[in-house]
Design a protein around this ligand. Structure first.
Ligand SMILES: [Zn+2]
Length: 207
């Protein structure tokens, strides 16, 4: 009886510790402002995606650091970095997540809304939380969470997603993208998605 109880305690302790270590929290958020330098991304007149993406990324970085998160930026100024290099930087941080920030463009001017892409199955929860976070901050058209074979996502060893914070090719959305309050909303949404994802990791709901 005594050894049985002892065994039971051992099993319980094992289950508790394994529940804590399973999945587990990520330690760094690698933030990637899309495009830069000669690559201006999607553009309409003087509205360049590369500028909008960097501004939004810096806002995300500021908020995350204020909350105590460790972050790393693939670029902090208007410079060009190849897609391979971006993924390489991200992969230097072993237990990290990768968020690539973009604004959208299409020739069909009526198209608008937010979308988030992922590649690996492990990245889908992150993409889902971030997309939901953005939509909660601004009720834009929900274009959904989608699978895509983008190089930065494909080459990333860690959970990774690519957010599209609105179309510069759409008149109303472009007007919003040009304003600080809207980019702040997008940044807050991304941050809230990251926080919720970290919580899910901590609880072992996702790994
Ligand atoms: Zn882009």
């Amino acid at each position: 009886m005594k050894t049985y109880k002892k065994k039971l305690i051992y099993i319980l302790v094992f289950l508790m510790t394994s529940a804590i270590t399973y999945g587990g929290k990520f330690s760094t958020v690698v933030l990637d402002a899309g495009h830069g330098g000669h690559d201006k991304g999607g553009s309409y007149g003087k509205v360049y995606e590369k500028h909008l993406a960097l501004d939004t990324t810096l806002r995300v970085d500021y908020m995350l650091r204020k909350m105590g998160y460790k972050t790393h930026l693939t670029r902090q100024s208007d410079v060009f970095i190849s897609l391979t290099k971006r993924a390489e930087i991200a992969n230097r941080f072993k237990n990290s997540i990768f968020i690539s920030v973009h604004y959208n463009y299409t020739y069909k001017k009526s198209i608008n809304g937010l979308e988030t892409f992922y590649y690996s199955g492990r990245s889908k929860p992150l993409a889902t939380y971030v997309q939901a976070g953005m939509l909660k901050k601004y009720r834009a058209n929900n274009r959904g969470v989608k699978y895509a074979r983008y190089a930065v996502l494909r080459r990333s060893n860690n959970p990774a997603c690519l957010v599209e914070c609105g179309f510069v090719s759409n008149y109303s959305e472009r007007k919003r993208c040009m304003q600080g309050w809207y980019r702040q909303k997008m940044a807050e949404g991304i941050v809230s998605g990251i926080v919720k994802y970290q919580d899910a990791r901590r609880r072992g709901y996702v790994n």
